[in-house]
Design a protein around this ligand. Structure first.
Ligand SMILES: Nc1ncnc2c1ncn2[C@@H]1O[C@H](COP(=O)(O)OP(=O)(O)O)[C@@H](O)[C@H]1O
Ligand SMILES: [Mg+2]
Length: 297
């Protein structure tokens, strides 16, 4: 299997190419195609991970269905047969990795929920004793479980920049207090519901990021949801507080990039075949564990 690094559909109108997804217009809706691109430290790597796009799309679809009673989402369909436009000539590119979605006006914030202290949250905590302005109990250990999940929003960074953690007050200033509260409560509720499902299947969701938008009918959960790109997934049976954890997510790639001491500036280095395979394996495994099913190729 070859990695799909770019989805080219010359007959459709390209709306944008993100770090991972290529987005086209179909009428008033959007066609989101998850490519096999992988980004780390906010750079797109030159090497793709074959099949990664399928995992992201199908896992997001799984969660959108499962959590639809918490908040409506942007998904219309992942079934090519239900795409009205004649896209059959692109079947090979689209199959398994594309989703027709409702176009939304996106809130310019990343809604991060943390149930455990790790990653940038752990770094902030060591430095300041708090994350995003939320003061935490002193003396916590790396990867420790928080007494309850916390909401730590971030702004979506411009290309090549790091996302910046912001306080809830700043988020409320940016988008309005009422909607900020609504997004916070929804994010926590989604996290709790998803964690319960995942834990029963041997996976700890240490933290995750949601993106919301709105259309004329109200708030929608958009983008991807609870995937290994947007979340830290840890195998429950190996979890030990006080250290970093083995994981089913992009951490494995980040660890490799740290090991080779990449300075995190362009150009990003390629990944060796072994790291590509290791990533594929982790993404496929977490998909299987969470959904009890194998990917549709
Ligand atoms: N329903 C939607 N309507 C409009 N934009 C969306 C919707 N869902 C997701 N998006 C946007 O589409 C892009 C998804 O592609 P992605 O590769 O994740 O981009 P990025 O590099 O910005 O993370 C994101 O910028 C996201 O905010
Ligand atoms: Mg994204």
């Amino acid at each position: 299997m070859k990695a799909l690094l770019k989805a080219e559909l010359p007959e459709l109108k390209l709306v944008s190419r993100g770090k991972v997804r290529d987005i086209y217009a179909i009428g008033m809706d959007l066609l989101m195609i998850a490519t096999d691109r992988i980004s780390a430290f906010d750079h797109i790597l030159p090497t793709g991970i074959p099949g990664k796009g399928e995992v992201l799309t199908q896992l997001s679809a799984f969660w959108f269905r499962k959590l639809a009673d918490v908040v409506p989402n942007h998904m219309i369909s992942t079934d090519l047969a239900e795409f009205p436009e004649d896209l059959s000539e692109y079947k090979k590119i689209l199959k398994g990795r594309s989703m027709r979605v409702k176009r939304a006006e996106m809130f310019p914030v990343e809604c991060v929920v943390r149930g455990y202290i790790s990653g940038s949250g752990w770094k902030d905590y060591i430095r300041t004793g708090s994350i995003g302005g939320i003061t935490l109990t002193p003396g916590m250990r790396e990867s420790e479980r928080l007494s309850e999940p916390i909401f730590t929003p971030a702004t979506k960074a411009a290309d090549g920049e790091h996302d910046e953690n912001i306080s809830f007050a700043k988020m409320a200033n940016m988008i309005g207090g009422e909607e900020a509260e609504k997004l916070r409560d929804l994010s926590i509720e989604l996290y709790l519901r998803a964690s319960k499902h995942a834990e029963a299947r041997g996976i700890v969701i240490a933290d995750t990021k949601f993106e919301f938008g709105k259309n004329d009918r109200g708030i929608l959960l958009c983008d991807e949801a609870l995937t290994p790109d947007s979340s830290r997934f840890w195998p429950r049976d190996q979890y030990r507080a006080g250290q970093s954890q083995p994981s089913f997510d992009k951490q494995y790639v980040r660890d490799y990039l740290e090991k080779i001491k990449w300075n995190k500036k362009a150009p990003a280095p390629p990944l060796p075949a072994e790291v590509v395979r290791g990533t594929q394996k982790r993404y496929a495994e977490v998909y299987f564990m969470l959904t009890d099913s194998v990917l549709q190729q």
